[in-house]
Write a protein that binds this ligand. Structure first.
Ligand code: PYC
Length: 336
């Protein structure tokens, strides 16, 4: 595909990380590309695909970087729109990315402390920039499509998972038998790739026919009866542990084969839908989900017109502010 650039293109971008997972925000958008998040997403997956891959992939970035293009608002009351993309294409929503974009725009003085309506390709979300630097994201409604689905993972055996939506589709697996610890990320990545291949081979998809593009392995610290174990999330009386232990530790494989350094905002939202379906989380109660690196998101939810609406809270920090340069004479660009 030919890149839609002729002269060297300089793009203002600000990098951040949210609980360890990086976001590269194109704070001034992409020149010549405008529209709604849905129309821009279609362009980024079409003729702009090679350009956005060049923005996030090596040698300017890395396979685990998530890009975000900020768009002018197209709906009344919206502060801005955003479309997220990774090493292989766009994604519908991104929890860590939304936190990163909001923290970035706040650091630039472009948005203030308070609530901001943000348009995404899968629906509006509301982000709150808190005055202590944390960001909460009231996500799109999440839901469970299928429970306890068995898939045969070659060389491993049968595992079960819940197929759930949290802005992206997830296969959330508990009987995986893996240790979710930082020194095992390569083995966890290999295992999750095989689980995803098994899901594809079984023809599993979301209830709208979309592919399941994220695999989430979870180890719970709280059982269905509210007992604490593993991370010791609760005291014997069910109170939150003052040490701040988590409710679940997770490992998430993203669509491009990379693992999420954060606890994955859309994955946490999908998990909340499963917990609600099991009667394990009351509206207003919090759920603390920890990444394989030990970083955390705190989730709560409300029921709105019969739908589960999760809110995820976490923190982001700016790591880089500058311009990336795309020179059409660069032979590496032709490889995208
Ligand atoms: O936080 O939702 C998320 C996410 C999706 C992919 C990487 N992070």
């Amino acid at each position: 595909m030919t890149l839609p650039i002729h002269d060297a293109l300089r793009l203002r971008c600000v990098d951040s990380h949210t609980e360890g997972e990086p976001t590269r925000t194109l704070v001034d958008g992409l020149p010549g590309l405008d529209g709604t998040p849905c129309s821009v997403r279609a362009e980024l997956d079409g003729r702009w695909g090679s350009l956005v891959r060049a923005i996030v992939n090596e040698p300017r970035g890395s396979a685990w970087l998530v890009g975000a293009v900020v768009l002018p608002p197209s709906a009344p009351g919206a502060s801005f729109g955003v479309v997220f993309f990774n090493n292989v294409g766009t994604i519908g929503m991104c929890g860590h990315g939304t936190i990163g974009v909001v923290r970035t725009l706040s650091a630039l003085g472009r948005i203030s402390v308070g609530e901001h309506l943000i348009e995404t390709p899968v629906g509006p979300v509301v982000a709150t920039m808190h005055d202590d630097g944390r960001v909460s994201v009231r996500n799109v409604p999440s839901r469970v499509a299928r429970r306890h689905v068995a898939v045969e993972v070659p060389g491993h055996g049968i595992v079960h998972g819940d197929i759930a939506w949290g802005g992206n589709w997830f296969f959330i697996c508990h009987d995986h038998g893996q240790a979710i610890v930082a020194d095992q990320v390569e083995a966890l990545t290999r295992f999750c790739r095989r689980v995803r291949a098994a899901c594809d081979a079984a023809g599993l998809c979301g209830d709208d026919g979309s592919p399941i593009d994220h695999i989430e392995l979870s180890v719970d610290a709280r059982t269905a009866r509210g007992e604490s174990h593993a991370c010791g999330a609760r005291t014997a009386r069910g109170e939150r542990d003052p040490q701040g232990a988590c409710d679940a530790r997770t490992f998430v494989l993203c669509p491009g084969g990379e693992w999420d350094r954060s606890p994955c905002g859309t994955g946490t939202s999908a998990r909340v839908a499963c917990l609600v379906a099991d009667g394990r989380l009351a509206p207003g109660s919090s759920w603390v989900q920890e990444s394989v690196l030990g970083t955390r998101f705190v989730a709560t939810y409300e029921m709105v017109d019969g739908e589960i609406v999760p809110t995820i809270t976490g923190s982001a920090h700016v790591t880089f502010d500058g311009w990336i340069v795309l020179d059409p004479a660069d032979p590496m660009l032709a490889r995208e």
